[in-house]
Write a protein that binds this ligand. Structure first.
Ligand code: TNX
Length: 445
């Protein structure tokens, strides 16, 4: 079976048939699901909805072979005669991309949207601001990007970049850029969820507008938890209400991220609660890292991302919130892939391809409606040490393929996963030009 993510059922007809296009009909069934039938009569897709058709087309592309992931050719293709019955396990199959620590040009973000689609992932969470860079054009406050989007890349933390001290790094997306990304993703049934991080990780904003902070200071050139956080003056809350209004104009997503993580001195949650209430008052759903539980009572429609293990997610489910699991122990794709000293980016704890694949997003002991409020999971790609698309590729793949199968396929694990990946999926990533980490070991950079 060469399909990845693995479908619910796959029946190989044992023959090949000529491929001459497909026909789609809509039928009832689980969201995102489909049935694909290929025979000498052609390819029939029974899709449960428009997303289901997109998922079926990605499977069809897999049946066409790795060359279908290069340019489209006009020579006749053959595909197996088969029946695929398939639907996703979770509605939220996400990736968080940190475009603040290192800016990724728009074309690379669009490329990532395409890669998500290939893997039947459907949420792209963009971490647009942090201490080290503000990437979202705000028309009302142009200094946020004029000042806040540039810094010296002076402490890389990577022994091989010692010679790069002091090089300028930066960039930002215009609102039109972001609308283009949203539309490109929408066409692939991927929702783009933006995040502006408050009240910690806000030094880039404070560099542009010192009155927002408890201390002044420039765009941060260090990594980690920063003591220079936002203050809770009414003028600061108003400033951010205006920023989030522009954000919600650009991003139609129901879910809007406000960060909330690692903010020393903000344990009372006053600022998070004020922004969460503002987002909810606009008919949207505030979304925060699990520290936002300190800001309770939150609007009841708030969604919580459980990153410090899954326990905070379980607490949030108990408090009635919807939850997305993204524990750092399992799905932080910035973390190193082996103990080898040759890994280019020796950060975090070792998280192998097999570790990602072995993870199950559903903790034991959930009761009542809790399993239904566990929306799914996301893999997080923090980019302190990933300063280019090639480095993001190396960190993300092939672990993201394992993650995609975890959130799509039934909970039972397939002992043949790595072999299937090697034989059938890596050739597709090659065809797509993805610079993944070889299974044989670290890449000699
Ligand atoms: C913790 S996860 C952070 C990020 C870092 C990451 C590094 C989270 C909500 N906060 O600011 O980039 O660790 O792995």
């Amino acid at each position: 079976m060469n399909l990845l993510p693995r479908p619910v059922s796959y029946v190989d007809g044992g023959r090949l048939c000529e491929y001459q296009g497909w026909e789609t009909v809509l039928v009832d069934g689980p969201p995102g699901g489909y049935r694909l039938l290929s025979s000498d009569d052609g390819v029939l897709i029974e899709a449960n909805d428009a997303a289901g058709e997109m998922n079926a087309l990605q499977t069809l592309r897999q049946l066409l072979g790795a060359q279908a992931f290069r340019a489209a050719g006009d020579k006749p293709a053959v595909i197996p005669a088969c029946e695929v019955v398939d639907h996703p396990r979770f509605p939220w199959r996400g990736v968080m991309l940190d475009v603040s620590r290192h800016f990724l040009p728009k074309r690379e973000v669009l490329r990532y949207v395409e890669l998500l689609s290939v893997h039947k992932l459907n949420v792209l969470h963009l971490h647009l601001t942090d201490d080290q860079g503000w990437r979202f054009e705000v028309k009302r406050y142009p200094k946020l990007t004029e000042v806040g989007s540039w810094r010296e890349d002076s402490r890389f933390g990577d022994r091989r970049s010692a010679g790069m001290k002091g090089r300028p790094h930066g960039g930002f997306y215009t609102q039109d850029d972001l609308r283009e990304i949203v539309e490109y993703a929408r066409a692939r049934h991927i929702t783009v969820i933006p995040e502006i991080d408050v009240p910690g990780h806000s030094q880039a904003a404070i560099a542009a507008h010192p009155e927002l902070g408890v201390h002044g200071g420039g765009v941060w050139t260090d990594w980690g938890v920063n003591e220079r956080v936002l203050n809770t003056d009414e003028s600061t809350v108003d400033f951010y209400r205006n920023v989030f209004d522009e954000l919600m104009d650009v991003f139609p997503a129901e879910v809007i991220g406000l960060g909330g993580d690692e903010a020393p001195g903000h344990e009372d949650g006053v600022l998070v609660r004020a922004i969460a209430e503002h987002i909810a008052s606009r008919g949207r759903r505030p979304y925060g890292w699990d520290e936002v539980l300190d800001a309770r009572p939150l609007p009841s429609n708030a969604v919580v991302a459980s990153w410090r293990g899954v326990e905070n997610g379980v607490t949030a489910l108990g408090a009635g919130h919807d939850v997305v699991m993204c524990p750092e122990q399992h799905v932080y794709l910035d973390y190193r892939q082996s103990e080898s000293l040759d890994e280019p980016i020796p950060v975090g704890t070792v998280t192998t391809l097999e570790d990602v694949y072995a993870w199950d997003p559903v903790p034991e002991g959930l009761t009542g409606e809790e399993p239904g409020r566990l929306l799914g999971a996301q893999a997080n790609i923090w980019t302190e040490h990933l300063d280019s698309a090639r480095r993001v590729d190396y960190a993300a793949f092939p672990r993201l393929a394992a993650f995609a199968e975890v959130v799509w396929s039934p909970a039972e694990k397939d002992p043949g996963f790595v072999q299937r990946l090697r034989e059938h999926h890596l050739p597709r990533l090659d065809a797509l030009g993805v610079e993944y980490r070889p299974l044989s070991g670290p890449h000699p950079w």
